[in-house]
Write a protein that binds this ligand. Structure first.
Ligand SMILES: NC(=O)C1=CN([C@@H]2O[C@H](COP(=O)(O)OP(=O)(O)OC[C@H]3O[C@@H](n4cnc5c(N)ncnc54)[C@H](OP(=O)(O)O)[C@@H]3O)[C@@H](O)[C@H]2O)C=CC1
Ligand SMILES: O=C(CO)COP(=O)(O)O
Length: 333
């Protein structure tokens, strides 16, 4: 039986543990809070994140990372992108040679501008053939109800991707493999930033033309960055690109979309942060994505506009006017 350690009891870690258990894996969930972990182990409910969901009874929960990781075929990492480096530094000595590391995270590290798979390879000292990325239109709240969804399982080594594809394939969750790790990760990280922009438009009372424009031009700037970083442009037309962008930008379940909507309605950044209990990765990753783009000479005007609103306190109306006033240009360059 495939053995999986899921590191993180947030909404996606918890739902992914359910997927793995439904797919027939033996699953141990690691969390940092003893009380919550005890309750999950005893009642099979994560009362803080998914109080309506009864988890498969076979899932064990623990605060003991060594116990969770012992004998694991896959260590599935699901913590906020900006804490991964510190978390993994503690776990790395406990990870056994047969264990492949799987990233569920969608972000770019501040300062280093590294993608999550790069942070994993560096901190755990493993080669790309042991790092897997899962990315796609996967709103945890919908998958918790076992609603049908698909995703991409990406790894430089296709055989490892296929092994994890099998480990997480259920009647409601359909994983496709891909070897374009860069494209899949960029799709996931940048869509959170575009989700913030679309949320802002929504909060400002703007309609579907504006939102479709932001989605389409957002994908254009994601693809531009991806091409420079060596991604396959086809990835951005797939589940980890357009698929995830559409889900995030359409759904009130998206934390990034909701965060943007609150800003667009006129809430201050401090009020919006106070109203957000879960991780909205785009809030931090907008800065690291822009940093990554600038280091590579790539223009990302929508990402820049989001940074202006979120981190420079510029009014949404003014920033939108600036975007529209950019010089006219051909659609494809
Ligand atoms: N939710 C979703 O629909 C999806 C999320 N993702 C991605 O998955 C990743 C995880 O997101 P998600 O589960 O939703 O996030 P949540 O905000 O729901 O949960 C975050 C988890 O990380 C833990 N955590 C927070 N800070 C630390 C820290 N410093 N050290 C250790 N653990 C910490 C939290 O623990 P505690 O509860 O104790 O604070 C919690 O278990 C993100 O990158 C996100 O973009 C990808 C696809 C879908
Ligand atoms: O990544 C997600 C859906 O695929 C979840 O989006 P949010 O983090 O915005 O909730």
């Amino acid at each position: 039986m495939t053995r999986c350690a899921v590191m993180g009891t947030g909404s996606w870690g918890t739902v992914f543990a359910m997927i793995l258990a439904d797919a027939g894996c033996e699953v141990t969930l690691w969390g940092r809070r003893q009380e919550l972990v005890d309750a999950i182990d005893r009642d099979h409910v994560n009362r803080d994140y998914l109080p309506e969901l009864t988890l498969p009874a076979g899932i064990r929960a623990t605060t003991d990372a060594a116990a969770a990781l012992a004998g694991a075929d896959f260590a599935v990492l699901s913590v906020p992108s900006q804490t991964l480096r510190d978390n993994l530094a503690l776990w790395a000595p406990l990870i056994e040679p047969q264990t492949a590391l799987v990233s569920l995270m969608k972000g770019v590290e501040l300062g280093t501008v590294k993608r999550m798979s790069e942070v994993i390879a560096e901190v755990a000292g493993v080669g790309p053939e042991r790092v897997v990325v899962v990315s796609g239109p996967n709103l945890a709240g919908e998958i918790a109800n076992r609603q049908p969804a698909a995703t991409v399982v990406a790894c430089a080594d296709e055989e490892v991707a296929k092994r994890f594809q099998k480990a997480c394939h259920t009647p409601y969750f359909r994983p496709y493999t891909n070897t374009d790790v860069v494209g899949c990760e960029l799709g996931g990280a940048v869509k959170n930033v575009i989700g913030l922009a679309v949320g802002m438009a929504n909060g400002m009372g703007l309609g579907d033309n504006t939102k479709a424009t932001l989605i389409t031009r957002g994908l254009a700037e994601t693809t531009r960055l991806g091409l420079v970083l060596g991604a396959d442009p086809h990835t951005f037309a797939g589940l980890a690109g357009m698929g995830d962008l559409v889900a995030t930008c359409s759904s009130p379940l998206s934390r990034n979309n909701t965060f943007g909507t609150n800003l667009g309605r006129g809430m201050t950044l401090a009020e919006t942060i106070a109203a957000t209990s879960q991780t909205a990765e785009g809030v931090k990753s907008c800065e690291s994505v822009l940093d990554l783009a600038r280091r590579n000479g790539v223009e990302m005007p929508i990402v820049e506009a989001v940074v202006d609103v979120v981190h420079k306190g510029r009014p949404t109306q003014e920033v939108l006017k600036g975007l529209m006033a950019r010089s006219a240009k051909p659609e494809r360059r």
